[in-house]
Write a protein that binds this ligand. Structure first.
Ligand code: GLA
Length: 705
């Protein structure tokens, strides 16, 4: 059970998660130092490891570097600061003065807040920690307040938290990096001495690095070994720095804003960071992933009691050429296949007939939809499906009425170019009138048409991110923009409780725990090639749960890679997440439609296991034989997916061992009726009966008897 103890005269705290402990204490100088993050300890045990305050080994070392809960710029500290301030008189160093703490134990959670102030200047800093019943993720954030009434305090860096990794050797960092159409590629390597920075300077979470990482001591595997992991719940620009000192201390500090972004904290103003989440797990990378999924499903994703519907999206079928008749025809085909949510993508508004015009003019294109959207929405509803629509609220094409009317609404600098990417510019949502405008048209659109689902897209990075009319503190747009996006999503959801949202950032540019708290699923990648997807989905699953991972079955040859892959393989890869169909189903052959109907039906039978189950990755990514298994929370059902991308030399496929099963139980294959011993599946594995050839796949459903 989540709980927090306090000892040492109110100067040491021990946090209990479901199966781990975390401890911190104050030094004689009132600085918060890290004590323990790992297996459960009692209070007495934790007290025994507090130890004396760190002493410098020589006149060049920072004794506390890599050991603090939030390293400040101040005193003999030489690592990356989590908090760096400049006061009005130019003083930069922060000196801790402890004011007190509060522990609030509520239903299913416990919260610890430590309050500090600077010894001289009017700046208050609070560190918050939250633990939740049944999970091991610890949520941390920092709040600062300018408690003076005259001077501004400049915040040069304000991270959410620093995570200290216990003393080990052989540290490795696992991260997911990539690019557009190649998101979340999992990488693992030794941590370099010095600093390793993962960051986004793009104004969004970004395709190039995900704000999440895992650290182990070089000895963890998929299902064994200690792993410390962290993820930032934020969808704007960010920075996470992993520091490894020469004497092998490792710590991670992270927060919103990238290097150089500052915030002028006005007298009386408070700034709270997003959450930086941490997890210790003793069962390897796979165990850590399952613990993150569990946290996401129980505490982050809204509506955790709801199964994700099978959706159809028209983007790859129709691109920008949508019209009423064609969409209605697609809707009939989709309903016939068993689709539950029909989503119309880009091209329905303004003069948006390709990507160089119309963004910002969110009125229905009457040439394409003479009676508006209502007839299409009604038809989709009559067919028994929900209706979804693509929007990209943060963007404008210069060729739009909106831009002609409000050229100052975009991010820009005086005397600088306004660089276009994908022919578009970014609206400055930090400006209240811009965010209000977006909320207003979105609420009218959703309300007037009875829209059930929005695909909220964001298709370019920030550049020339200025705000000329805000001469005092333009940098705050980096944070305020994202906050406005969150606020609009939250408001829409509150006003339309039935509305569901998909986060999309030109594919997987917005995948993080911040956006996940206000959306229902995330668009994983614009790359829908089933072969490439195996790797992208492998990376996605390191932190994010299958039920939030949108995956479509699309056409051959793939628009991006030109690859041709059999329909079963394409289906099975997409069935590993929240299944969608994205092909031009109006042109599919009868046998493909029949197969699709069957597979959608199969997915509906297994999706509870896929969307709520425990995921075991049974092979490394890009292996010739990739296998995954999902085990239902009660352990009664398992769904195993096998993918042979390439066979070699006529060799038989190796059996795949299925962790997590009950060795004493029998499991019956629901299709063949063959019965298997749990102990044998665990130790010798299951031989997947894959068809011959490359791109062969199978789904096996096992039930405990
Ligand atoms: C982005 C999305 C795609 C599609 C297009 C529409 O690239 O990721 O799925 O919606 O925009 O322009």
């Amino acid at each position: 059970m989540a709980a927090i103890d306090c000892a040492a005269g109110g100067r040491m705290w021990l946090l209990h998660t479901a199966s781990t402990s975390y401890a911190l204490a104050l030094t004689a100088q009132d600085a918060p130092k890290h004590v323990h993050w790992g297996p459960p300890l009692t209070l007495t045990q934790a007290l025994s490891v507090v130890g004396p305050d760190p002493e410098p080994a020589n006149s060049f070392d920072g004794a506390a570097d890599g050991l603090e809960e939030l390293a400040v710029d101040g005193g003999p500290r030489f690592g990356p600061p989590s908090l760096q301030v400049r006061f009005a008189d130019g003083t930069r160093a922060f000196e801790w003065l402890f004011l007190g703490h509060e522990i609030v134990e509520g239903e299913g959670e416990a919260l610890l807040r430590l309050d500090f102030r600077d010894r001289h200047y009017p700046l208050q800093v609070s560190l918050s920690y939250r633990v939740l019943d049944g999970v091991d993720v610890i949520e941390r954030w920092t709040t600062v307040t300018n408690s003076g009434d005259i001077d501004v305090v400049e915040l040069l860096r304000l991270d959410s938290a620093a995570w200290v990794i216990p003393p080990r050797t052989g540290y490795r960092l696992s991260e997911t990096t990539g690019w557009w159409c190649a998101e979340t590629q999992a990488r693992r390597g030794e941590i370099a001495r010095g600093e390793t920075v993962l960051t986004s300077r793009r104004g969004i979470t970004g395709h190039h690095a995900n704000p999440s990482l895992m650290i182990d001591a070089g000895d963890a595997g998929e299902e064994q070994g200690e792993v410390w992991s962290a993820a930032l719940a934020w969808s704007g620009s960010w920075r996470i720095t992993t520091a490894r000192t020469s004497d092998d201390r490792v710590s991670v500090t992270g927060g919103f804003g990238h290097d150089g972004v500052s915030w002028r904290l006005q007298p009386g103003e408070t700034l709270a960071t997003p959450k930086f989440l941490g997890l210790y797990h003793a069962s390897g990378f796979g165990g850590s992933s399952r613990a993150w999924h569990d946290y996401a499903v129980k505490h982050v994703l809204p509506h955790n009691d709801e199964i994700r519907p099978v959706l159809y999206n028209s983007w790859e079928a129709t691109a920008f050429t949508v019209n009423d008749q064609q969409q209605r025809a697609l809707a009939v085909h989709a309903a016939d296949l068993g689709v539950e949510m029909f989503v119309m993508d880009d091209g329905w508004f303004g003069r948006r007939t390709n990507d160089d015009a119309g963004l910002g003019d969110w009125q229905v294109n009457r040439e394409r939809f003479p009676e508006g959207l209502k007839p299409l929405v009604d038809q989709v509803h009559r067919l028994g499906m929900r209706f979804g629509l693509w929007v990209e609220p943060e963007m404008v094409n210069p060729d739009s009425d909106l831009y002609r009317e409000h050229p100052d609404w975009i991010l820009h600098y005086a005397n600088r170019q306004r660089t276009e990417l994908r022919n578009q510019l970014v609206l400055n949502f930090a400006r209240a009138e811009v965010a209000d405008w977006a909320l207003q048209w979105l609420r009218e659109l959703v309300g007037e048409h009875g829209i059930d689902f929005l695909k909220w897209d964001m298709n370019r990075a920030f550049s020339e991110a200025g705000w000329p009319s805000n001469t005092g503190d333009p940098d705050r747009l980096w944070i305020e923009h994202t906050r406005a996006v969150y606020r609009i999503m939250d408001t829409l959801r509150a006003e339309y409780p039935g509305l569901r949202i998909e986060a999309c950032g030109g594919g997987g540019g917005r995948i993080d725990f911040g956006v996940m708290a206000r959306t229902d699923q995330m668009w994983t990648s614009d790359n829908t090639d089933a072969y490439d997807r195996l790797e992208i989905q492998h990376g996605f699953s390191q932190f994010y749960p299958p039920r939030a991972m949108a995956a479509w079955v699309t056409d051959n040859p793939n628009f991006l890679t030109g690859r041709t892959i059999p329909l079963p393989f394409r289906f099975h890869v997409a069935m590993c997440g929240a299944l969608g169909i994205g092909g031009d189903i109006g042109t599919w052959a009868g046998e493909d439609l029949a197969y699709a109907r069957e597979q959608i039906q199969l997915y509906k039978e297994i999706r509870e296991v896929v969307q709520y189950g425990r995921l075991y990755r049974l092979s490394p990514p890009a292996a010739d034989l990739t296998a995954l298994s999902y085990l239902s929370p009660d352990g009664d059902r398992a769904v195993v997916f096998g993918f042979r991308t390439a066979g070699h030399y006529g060799r038989a496929d190796a059996a795949v061992r299925l962790p997590g099963l009950d060795p004493a139980a029998q499991y019956v294959d629901e299709d063949s009726g063959v019965s298997h011993h749990g102990a044998v599946l665990l130790s010798h594995g299951l031989t997947l009966d894959l068809p011959a050839g490359d791109y062969a796949s199978a789904v096996v459903r096992l039930r405990r008897v």
